[in-house]
Design a protein around this ligand. Sequence first.
Ligand code: 4GY
Length: 250
Amino acid sequence: MKIDILTLFPEMFVSPFNASIIKRARERNLIEINTINIRDYSRNKHHTVDDTPFGGGAGMVMMPEPLFECFDHLKEMRGGQLGRVIMMCPQGQPFTQEYAKELAREEHLVLVCGHYEGIDERVRENLITDEISIGDYVLTGGELPAMVVVDAVSRMIPGVLGEAASAEEDSFYHGLLEYPHYTKPREYRGLAVPDILLSGHHENIRRWRRRQSLLRTLERRPELLKGVELSKEDKKVLRELLELLQGLEL
Ligand code: 4GY
């Protein structure tokens, strides 16, 4: 997958994309990330990219010209057409695991990172296909959200994670919160690993993990359970818990 990132701060992306799994994915040519400095497409003598808002008000707005020019050049570079063009903004569609999986099937993504008060509306109307929000808070720019999207999308591309990891992603744990993980030593400062994980009984371990996922989801994010396909066994776990709670007459 080719990913073009349009930003006023390309230096922000250097370290995050040169470490760990993303670095390896780039080295293996599974993803190609290209940052483009929007300022390079400003035609005025001070290379300005922002201006005061029409109608007044505080702050600066990113001008349309550098972005439109940047798009013209990018289109030429990419043989006449672009893939999905995504703007990172709090007004966008909520970014989810499902959204990440959908984008991971694309061959080309363009991410547009705004800064200051925002981008001239004509850019959104004419150049953008998708608007994504990574959460209900306001950041100083779209760069961190773009990194979040690249990371979440990249790990859904076949080959980016190890074989085993990807298999589990697509397993029945889907939509539930993860179960707790443990590694060696089996006891540390008097803190023990649950016996069942040391038992070697794979079916019991699978059941314990599934149960932990269900209980955690119920406790921390009950609204997620609505979107999950529950097995007979899952329903039994939840029914038993319900009966236990009813027995306590809470
Ligand atoms: N939240 N999710 C977000 C954000 C910063 C002004 C447009 C978010 O995606 N992006 O807070 N972005 C703003 C800053 C210009 C981007």
